[in-house]
Design a protein around this ligand. Structure first.
Ligand code: IPE
Ligand code: IPE
Ligand code: MG
Length: 247
């Protein structure tokens, strides 16, 4: 496999996989067909990320607000997650992919939670890339759960309010131990975060791509990585590429 041309590879790419419904509608198909096709795009994205040297790939699969959708669509999405884990877990494991799930596990259906736990357990020691699946995930919910846990420690007298630092807050989030995303991509042309990784996105590069998720190909992903490599991140500091005199 030839080396991609870009030099600066993001360690963590997070993707808001949007537009499955519109992809299907445009073809006169039911929304569920868009979700099905979206699973194929997931497989390709994981492969492309791994080949490109990305170490963490986070995929927004189901938000804590997606429960507002019709019951039939919710149950379809649950079914797709289950069949993805059942069908793909062994391949992911063979490809040395570590699976990690973020989101609230408290009220997940009893046929979904054990599969997610199994995926994490089976792949725990893998090292090629970490696939973070955001499922029943909402950033405000995640932050509220972290705050409750911190408040509990303060109330119990084991943590002093003065010791609540950004690092300690990060360590209580579902993403504890995972570096903040360097690049957040959203497909389908929508330009919003929809409650995704709000804390962790502080200095992420944002990229909004017009393609609907089922059309997100290896080429689209590589082009996004190339675009990322051309950006200059400053983190509040000054440019490391001063303008040439006279230019
Ligand atoms: C993304 O596609 C998948 C999920 C949110 C689960 P959508 O289902 O949001 O598709 P659109 O945005 O309605 O086209
Ligand atoms: C965000 O997409 C959630 C996922 C991709 C899982 P939505 O389609 O739910 O977002 P909104 O409602 O358009 O903001
Ligand atoms: Mg959508």
């Amino acid at each position: 496999m030839s080396q991609p041309r870009y030099s600066t590879v993001p360690a963590h790419v997070a993707i808001i996989m949007d537009g499955n419904g519109r992809w299907a509608n445009g073809r006169g198909l039911p929304r569920t067909m868009g979700h099905r096709k979206g699973v194929e795009a997931v497989r390709e994205a994981v492969r492309t990320a791994g080949e490109s040297g990305v170490k963490y790939l986070t995929l927004f699969a189901f938000s804590s607000e997606n429960w507002r959708r019709p019951e039939s669509e919710v149950s379809d999405l649950m079914g797709l997650l289950k069949s993805f884990v059942r069908r793909d877990l062994e391949t992911l494991h063979r490809e040395n992919v570590r699976v990690k799930v973020i989101g609230d596990r408290a009220n997940l259906r009893s046929d979904v939670l054990p599969l997610l736990l199994e995926a994490e357990e089976r792949t725990r020691a893998n090292t090629a890339i970490t696939l973070v699946i955001a499922f029943n995930y909402g950033a405000r919910d995640e932050i509220a759960r972290a705050m409750r846990s911190i408040a509990g420690d303060v109330a119990a007298g084991v943590l002093h309010p003065a010791d609540i630092t950004p690092e300690r807050i990060s360590a209580r989030l579902d993403t504890a131990g995972i570096p903040d995303p360097d690049l957040i991509i959203r497909t389908s042309g929508e330009e919003r975060l929809s409650n995704f990784l709000l804390w962790q996105a502080a200095y992420a590069e944002l990229m909004f791509i017009p393609d609907f998720w089922p059309d997100f190909s290896r080429q689209t992903f590589l082009a996004a990585l190339e675009n990322y490599a051309s950006r200059e991140r400053r983190f509040g500091g000054l440019s490391e590429r001063p303008l040439a005199v006279g230019s």
